[in-house]
Design a protein around this ligand. Sequence first.
Ligand SMILES: [Zn+2]
Length: 383
Amino acid sequence: MVEEAISGQADSPEARRYNRIRRWLGITDFAVGFVFLLVLLATRWSDSLRDLAYRIGFQNYSFSLFIYLVLLLGISKLLGIGLEYYGFWLERRFKLTPQRFRSWLWDETKGFLVSLVLGSVVVQLFYFTIRQWPQNWWLLAWALFMVLFVLLAQLAPVVLFPIFYKFEPLEDEELRRRLVVLSEHAGTRVRGVYRWRLSEKSKKANAALTGLGRTRRIILADTLLDHYTPDEIEAVLAHELGHHVHRHILKSIFVQAGITFVGFWAANWTLHYAVDHHMFEELSDFANLPLLALVSVVLSFLLMPALNAYSRFNERQADRYAFESIASVEPFVSSMNKLAEQNLAERTPSKWVEWFFHSHPSISRRLAAAEQWGRTQNAHPQI
Ligand SMILES: [Zn+2]
Protein backbone atom coordinates (compact mmCIF):
# COMPACT_ATOMS: atom_id res chain seq x y z
CA MET A 1 0.00 0.00 0.00
CA VAL A 2 1.32 3.38 -1.02
CA GLU A 3 -0.11 5.13 2.02
CA GLU A 4 1.56 2.93 4.56
CA ALA A 5 4.88 3.16 2.78
CA ILE A 6 4.66 6.93 2.89
CA SER A 7 3.04 7.75 6.19
CA GLY A 8 5.34 5.27 7.88
CA GLN A 9 4.27 5.48 11.46
CA ALA A 10 1.52 3.20 12.65
CA ASP A 11 -1.04 4.42 15.18
CA SER A 12 -0.09 3.97 18.81
CA PRO A 13 -2.34 1.75 20.93
CA GLU A 14 -3.09 4.91 22.93
CA ALA A 15 -4.40 6.77 19.85
CA ARG A 16 -6.43 3.74 18.84
CA ARG A 17 -7.95 3.41 22.28
CA TYR A 18 -8.73 7.12 22.65
CA ASN A 19 -10.49 7.30 19.28
CA ARG A 20 -12.38 4.08 19.83
CA ILE A 21 -13.76 5.31 23.16
CA ARG A 22 -14.65 8.68 21.63
CA ARG A 23 -16.57 6.98 18.85
CA TRP A 24 -18.51 4.80 21.26
CA LEU A 25 -19.24 7.85 23.35
CA GLY A 26 -20.74 9.54 20.30
CA ILE A 27 -22.79 6.49 19.38
CA THR A 28 -24.08 6.06 22.95
CA ASP A 29 -24.99 9.73 23.16
CA PHE A 30 -26.92 9.45 19.91
CA ALA A 31 -28.70 6.27 21.08
CA VAL A 32 -29.70 7.83 24.41
CA GLY A 33 -31.20 10.84 22.62
CA PHE A 34 -33.01 8.64 20.12
CA VAL A 35 -34.52 6.35 22.78
CA PHE A 36 -35.47 9.35 24.92
CA LEU A 37 -37.53 10.81 22.06
CA LEU A 38 -39.16 7.44 21.32
CA VAL A 39 -40.07 6.88 24.97
CA LEU A 40 -41.55 10.39 25.28
CA LEU A 41 -43.86 9.63 22.36
CA ALA A 42 -44.68 5.97 23.10
CA THR A 43 -45.56 6.53 26.78
CA ARG A 44 -47.36 9.83 26.04
CA TRP A 45 -45.15 11.51 28.61
CA SER A 46 -44.83 14.26 26.04
CA ASP A 47 -48.54 14.99 26.58
CA SER A 48 -48.02 15.16 30.34
CA LEU A 49 -45.09 17.53 29.84
CA ARG A 50 -47.28 19.70 27.61
CA ASP A 51 -50.05 19.81 30.23
CA LEU A 52 -47.51 20.74 32.89
CA ALA A 53 -46.10 23.45 30.61
CA TYR A 54 -49.61 24.90 30.13
CA ARG A 55 -50.14 25.03 33.89
CA ILE A 56 -46.81 26.81 34.47
CA GLY A 57 -47.29 28.97 31.38
CA PHE A 58 -50.70 30.44 32.39
CA GLN A 59 -52.36 28.64 29.45
CA ASN A 60 -50.61 31.05 27.07
CA TYR A 61 -49.56 29.17 23.91
CA SER A 62 -46.18 30.76 23.19
CA PHE A 63 -45.11 30.97 26.81
CA SER A 64 -46.17 27.36 27.45
CA LEU A 65 -44.25 26.29 24.36
CA PHE A 66 -41.18 27.96 25.82
CA ILE A 67 -41.71 26.17 29.17
CA TYR A 68 -42.18 22.87 27.34
CA LEU A 69 -38.84 23.40 25.57
CA VAL A 70 -37.13 24.25 28.86
CA LEU A 71 -38.48 21.00 30.36
CA LEU A 72 -37.51 18.96 27.30
CA LEU A 73 -33.98 20.34 27.02
CA GLY A 74 -33.54 20.22 30.80
CA ILE A 75 -34.43 16.54 31.03
CA SER A 76 -32.27 15.58 28.04
CA LYS A 77 -29.36 17.54 29.56
CA LEU A 78 -29.75 15.62 32.82
CA LEU A 79 -29.83 12.35 30.88
CA GLY A 80 -26.74 13.26 28.90
CA ILE A 81 -24.63 15.02 31.54
CA GLY A 82 -23.00 11.77 32.70
CA LEU A 83 -21.76 11.01 29.20
CA GLU A 84 -20.55 14.56 28.75
CA TYR A 85 -18.64 14.41 31.99
CA TYR A 86 -17.11 11.14 30.85
CA GLY A 87 -16.02 12.91 27.64
CA PHE A 88 -14.34 15.63 29.70
CA TRP A 89 -12.71 13.04 31.97
CA LEU A 90 -11.43 11.24 28.88
CA GLU A 91 -9.71 14.40 27.59
CA ARG A 92 -8.07 14.82 30.98
CA ARG A 93 -7.05 11.19 31.19
CA PHE A 94 -5.32 11.35 27.82
CA LYS A 95 -3.76 14.69 28.83
CA LEU A 96 -5.51 16.54 26.02
CA THR A 97 -6.92 19.35 28.13
CA PRO A 98 -5.69 21.52 30.99
CA GLN A 99 -9.28 22.55 31.75
CA ARG A 100 -10.53 22.14 35.32
CA PHE A 101 -13.92 20.88 36.42
CA ARG A 102 -15.36 24.30 37.31
CA SER A 103 -14.43 25.81 33.97
CA TRP A 104 -15.91 22.77 32.19
CA LEU A 105 -19.13 23.08 34.20
CA TRP A 106 -19.36 26.77 33.32
CA ASP A 107 -18.95 25.91 29.61
CA GLU A 108 -21.70 23.30 29.95
CA THR A 109 -24.00 25.90 31.52
CA LYS A 110 -23.29 28.43 28.80
CA GLY A 111 -23.79 25.76 26.14
CA PHE A 112 -27.16 24.87 27.63
CA LEU A 113 -28.29 28.50 27.68
CA VAL A 114 -27.16 29.06 24.09
CA SER A 115 -29.05 25.96 22.91
CA LEU A 116 -32.11 27.16 24.84
CA VAL A 117 -32.03 30.59 23.18
CA LEU A 118 -31.43 29.24 19.66
CA GLY A 119 -33.89 26.38 20.20
CA SER A 120 -36.58 28.79 21.41
CA VAL A 121 -36.28 30.97 18.34
CA VAL A 122 -36.50 27.99 15.97
CA VAL A 123 -39.36 26.29 17.81
CA GLN A 124 -41.44 29.47 18.16
CA LEU A 125 -40.94 30.11 14.44
CA PHE A 126 -42.02 26.56 13.64
CA TYR A 127 -45.27 26.61 15.53
CA PHE A 128 -46.04 30.19 14.51
CA THR A 129 -46.01 29.16 10.84
CA ILE A 130 -47.99 25.97 11.63
CA ARG A 131 -50.71 28.03 13.32
CA GLN A 132 -50.82 30.74 10.68
CA TRP A 133 -50.51 28.62 7.53
CA PRO A 134 -51.39 25.01 8.40
CA GLN A 135 -51.31 23.96 4.73
CA ASN A 136 -47.98 25.30 3.52
CA TRP A 137 -46.32 26.09 6.82
CA TRP A 138 -43.26 23.96 6.05
CA LEU A 139 -42.26 25.97 2.98
CA LEU A 140 -42.37 29.24 4.86
CA ALA A 141 -40.73 27.72 7.94
CA TRP A 142 -37.95 26.38 5.72
CA ALA A 143 -37.36 29.81 4.14
CA LEU A 144 -37.30 31.54 7.53
CA PHE A 145 -35.04 28.84 8.93
CA MET A 146 -32.54 29.38 6.13
CA VAL A 147 -32.55 33.14 6.73
CA LEU A 148 -31.80 32.41 10.36
CA PHE A 149 -29.12 29.91 9.39
CA VAL A 150 -27.28 32.38 7.15
CA LEU A 151 -27.57 35.08 9.79
CA LEU A 152 -26.10 32.74 12.38
CA ALA A 153 -23.25 31.71 10.07
CA GLN A 154 -22.44 35.38 9.75
CA LEU A 155 -22.79 36.22 13.42
CA ALA A 156 -21.12 33.10 14.84
CA PRO A 157 -17.52 34.41 14.83
CA VAL A 158 -18.47 37.67 16.54
CA VAL A 159 -21.34 36.58 18.79
CA LEU A 160 -21.33 32.82 19.35
CA PHE A 161 -17.66 31.74 19.50
CA PRO A 162 -16.60 34.55 21.91
CA ILE A 163 -19.00 33.09 24.49
CA PHE A 164 -16.59 30.17 24.84
CA TYR A 165 -13.21 31.43 23.58
CA LYS A 166 -11.16 34.60 23.39
CA PHE A 167 -10.00 35.90 20.02
CA GLU A 168 -7.52 38.59 19.15
CA PRO A 169 -6.20 39.84 15.80
CA LEU A 170 -2.97 38.11 14.84
CA GLU A 171 -0.07 40.45 15.46
CA ASP A 172 2.85 38.45 14.14
CA GLU A 173 4.28 40.66 11.37
CA GLU A 174 6.07 37.84 9.55
CA LEU A 175 2.90 35.73 9.38
CA ARG A 176 0.80 38.68 8.27
CA ARG A 177 3.24 39.35 5.46
CA ARG A 178 3.07 35.73 4.32
CA LEU A 179 -0.71 35.85 4.39
CA VAL A 180 -0.71 38.95 2.15
CA VAL A 181 1.49 37.12 -0.36
CA LEU A 182 -0.78 34.04 -0.23
CA SER A 183 -3.90 36.21 -0.62
CA GLU A 184 -2.43 38.00 -3.61
CA HIS A 185 -1.70 34.66 -5.18
CA ALA A 186 -5.35 33.76 -4.57
CA GLY A 187 -6.51 37.09 -6.04
CA THR A 188 -8.63 37.66 -2.96
CA ARG A 189 -8.55 39.39 0.36
CA VAL A 190 -9.21 37.77 3.70
CA ARG A 191 -10.62 40.25 6.15
CA GLY A 192 -8.73 39.04 9.12
CA VAL A 193 -6.67 36.42 10.81
CA TYR A 194 -7.32 35.85 14.48
CA ARG A 195 -5.44 34.18 17.27
CA TRP A 196 -7.85 31.77 18.91
CA ARG A 197 -7.05 31.15 22.55
CA LEU A 198 -7.78 27.45 22.60
CA SER A 199 -4.98 26.49 24.99
CA GLU A 200 -7.14 27.19 28.08
CA LYS A 201 -9.53 24.43 27.04
CA SER A 202 -7.54 22.03 24.90
CA LYS A 203 -4.03 20.99 23.99
CA LYS A 204 -5.11 20.05 20.48
CA ALA A 205 -4.24 22.25 17.53
CA ASN A 206 -6.89 23.61 15.19
CA ALA A 207 -7.57 26.20 12.51
CA ALA A 208 -10.66 27.18 10.54
CA LEU A 209 -12.23 29.53 8.07
CA THR A 210 -15.39 30.98 9.65
CA GLY A 211 -18.05 33.62 9.06
CA LEU A 212 -19.65 35.14 6.00
CA GLY A 213 -19.18 38.48 4.28
CA ARG A 214 -17.74 41.00 6.67
CA THR A 215 -17.19 38.46 9.44
CA ARG A 216 -15.30 36.00 7.24
CA ARG A 217 -11.98 35.24 8.88
CA ILE A 218 -9.32 32.63 9.44
CA ILE A 219 -8.87 31.58 13.03
CA LEU A 220 -5.66 29.91 14.18
CA ALA A 221 -5.42 28.26 17.58
CA ASP A 222 -2.63 29.45 19.86
CA THR A 223 -1.80 25.77 20.39
CA LEU A 224 -0.77 25.81 16.73
CA LEU A 225 0.76 29.28 16.51
CA ASP A 226 3.06 28.67 19.48
CA HIS A 227 4.42 25.29 18.44
CA TYR A 228 4.63 25.28 14.64
CA THR A 229 7.28 26.87 12.45
CA PRO A 230 6.31 29.84 10.24
CA ASP A 231 6.51 27.54 7.19
CA GLU A 232 4.14 25.05 8.83
CA ILE A 233 1.71 27.78 9.82
CA GLU A 234 1.85 29.11 6.27
CA ALA A 235 0.86 25.64 5.00
CA VAL A 236 -2.13 25.64 7.37
CA LEU A 237 -3.06 29.17 6.30
CA ALA A 238 -2.86 28.12 2.66
CA HIS A 239 -5.25 25.24 3.35
CA GLU A 240 -7.77 27.59 5.03
CA LEU A 241 -7.39 30.02 2.14
CA GLY A 242 -8.21 27.07 -0.14
CA HIS A 243 -11.59 26.79 1.59
CA HIS A 244 -12.09 30.47 0.98
CA VAL A 245 -11.07 30.39 -2.70
CA HIS A 246 -13.31 27.40 -3.39
CA ARG A 247 -16.22 29.13 -1.56
CA HIS A 248 -16.79 26.15 0.69
CA ILE A 249 -18.88 27.99 3.27
CA LEU A 250 -21.29 29.29 0.64
CA LYS A 251 -21.53 25.88 -1.03
CA SER A 252 -22.19 24.22 2.32
CA ILE A 253 -25.05 26.64 2.91
CA PHE A 254 -26.61 25.59 -0.40
CA VAL A 255 -26.19 21.93 0.51
CA GLN A 256 -27.78 22.66 3.89
CA ALA A 257 -30.67 24.43 2.16
CA GLY A 258 -31.34 21.35 0.03
CA ILE A 259 -31.21 18.99 2.98
CA THR A 260 -33.43 21.08 5.24
CA PHE A 261 -35.93 21.44 2.39
CA VAL A 262 -36.31 17.66 2.35
CA GLY A 263 -36.27 17.67 6.16
CA PHE A 264 -39.12 20.17 6.46
CA TRP A 265 -41.13 18.30 3.86
CA ALA A 266 -40.59 15.07 5.81
CA ALA A 267 -41.52 16.81 9.07
CA ASN A 268 -44.77 18.04 7.54
CA TRP A 269 -45.60 14.60 6.16
CA THR A 270 -44.88 12.95 9.53
CA LEU A 271 -46.95 15.47 11.49
CA HIS A 272 -49.93 14.99 9.15
CA TYR A 273 -49.58 11.23 9.43
CA ALA A 274 -49.55 11.48 13.24
CA VAL A 275 -52.63 13.72 13.31
CA ASP A 276 -54.49 11.47 10.82
CA HIS A 277 -53.76 8.50 13.10
CA HIS A 278 -54.98 10.36 16.19
CA MET A 279 -51.63 10.53 17.92
CA PHE A 280 -52.21 14.26 18.27
CA GLU A 281 -55.38 16.30 17.94
CA GLU A 282 -53.90 18.96 15.74
CA LEU A 283 -50.75 19.99 13.93
CA SER A 284 -50.07 22.83 16.36
CA ASP A 285 -50.12 20.58 19.46
CA PHE A 286 -46.52 21.09 20.57
CA ALA A 287 -46.44 17.73 22.35
CA ASN A 288 -45.47 16.54 18.85
CA LEU A 289 -42.10 18.33 19.13
CA PRO A 290 -40.25 15.06 19.96
CA LEU A 291 -41.62 13.66 16.69
CA LEU A 292 -40.13 16.60 14.78
CA ALA A 293 -36.84 16.12 16.60
CA LEU A 294 -36.94 12.43 15.72
CA VAL A 295 -37.36 13.24 12.01
CA SER A 296 -34.34 15.54 12.13
CA VAL A 297 -32.25 13.03 14.13
CA VAL A 298 -33.02 10.14 11.76
CA LEU A 299 -32.40 12.29 8.70
CA SER A 300 -29.06 13.59 9.94
CA PHE A 301 -28.00 10.05 10.87
CA LEU A 302 -28.86 8.75 7.40
CA LEU A 303 -27.13 11.67 5.70
CA MET A 304 -24.01 11.63 7.84
CA PRO A 305 -21.91 9.45 5.47
CA ALA A 306 -22.90 11.57 2.46
CA LEU A 307 -22.22 14.85 4.25
CA ASN A 308 -18.88 13.60 5.53
CA ALA A 309 -17.96 12.45 2.01
CA TYR A 310 -18.80 15.94 0.75
CA SER A 311 -16.72 17.50 3.51
CA ARG A 312 -13.76 15.21 2.72
CA PHE A 313 -14.03 16.26 -0.93
CA ASN A 314 -13.79 19.91 0.16
CA GLU A 315 -10.84 19.16 2.41
CA ARG A 316 -8.98 17.47 -0.44
CA GLN A 317 -9.65 20.54 -2.59
CA ALA A 318 -8.29 22.85 0.13
CA ASP A 319 -5.22 20.62 0.52
CA ARG A 320 -4.56 20.73 -3.21
CA TYR A 321 -4.86 24.48 -3.13
CA ALA A 322 -2.30 24.56 -0.32
CA PHE A 323 0.16 22.38 -2.30
CA GLU A 324 -0.10 24.77 -5.26
CA SER A 325 0.43 27.86 -3.12
CA ILE A 326 3.42 26.94 -1.01
CA ALA A 327 6.98 26.54 -2.22
CA SER A 328 7.32 22.94 -1.08
CA VAL A 329 5.04 20.35 0.51
CA GLU A 330 7.57 19.61 3.26
CA PRO A 331 6.04 21.98 5.84
CA PHE A 332 2.57 20.64 5.04
CA VAL A 333 3.80 17.11 5.71
CA SER A 334 5.51 18.05 8.96
CA SER A 335 2.48 20.06 10.15
CA MET A 336 0.24 17.02 9.51
CA ASN A 337 2.60 14.81 11.47
CA LYS A 338 2.64 17.25 14.36
CA LEU A 339 -1.14 17.53 14.24
CA ALA A 340 -1.59 13.76 14.39
CA GLU A 341 0.68 13.51 17.40
CA GLN A 342 -0.71 16.52 19.25
CA ASN A 343 -4.38 15.64 18.67
CA LEU A 344 -3.90 11.91 19.25
CA ALA A 345 -5.54 11.41 15.85
CA GLU A 346 -5.70 8.08 14.07
CA ARG A 347 -3.53 8.27 10.97
CA THR A 348 -5.02 5.15 9.46
CA PRO A 349 -8.58 4.59 10.73
CA SER A 350 -10.40 1.58 9.33
CA LYS A 351 -12.19 2.21 6.04
CA TRP A 352 -15.70 2.17 7.39
CA VAL A 353 -14.80 4.43 10.33
CA GLU A 354 -13.41 7.00 7.93
CA TRP A 355 -16.38 6.59 5.60
CA PHE A 356 -18.99 7.08 8.30
CA PHE A 357 -17.46 9.38 10.91
CA HIS A 358 -14.65 11.45 9.42
CA SER A 359 -15.20 14.94 8.03
CA HIS A 360 -11.53 15.03 6.99
CA PRO A 361 -9.54 12.50 4.98
CA SER A 362 -7.30 10.43 7.25
CA ILE A 363 -3.87 11.89 7.88
CA SER A 364 -2.22 9.02 5.99
CA ARG A 365 -4.26 9.87 2.89
CA ARG A 366 -3.49 13.57 3.18
CA LEU A 367 0.20 12.80 3.54
CA ALA A 368 0.10 10.43 0.58
CA ALA A 369 -1.52 13.14 -1.56
CA ALA A 370 1.12 15.65 -0.49
CA GLU A 371 4.00 13.32 -1.27
CA GLN A 372 2.45 12.45 -4.58
CA TRP A 373 2.20 16.13 -5.43
CA GLY A 374 5.80 16.68 -4.35
CA ARG A 375 6.97 13.88 -6.63
CA THR A 376 5.15 15.17 -9.72
CA GLN A 377 6.58 18.66 -9.09
CA ASN A 378 10.10 17.26 -8.91
CA ALA A 379 9.55 15.25 -12.04
CA HIS A 380 8.51 18.36 -13.98
CA PRO A 381 10.40 21.26 -12.44
CA GLN A 382 8.85 24.60 -13.24
CA ILE A 383 11.48 27.18 -14.06
ZN1 LIG B 1 -10.02 22.26 6.11
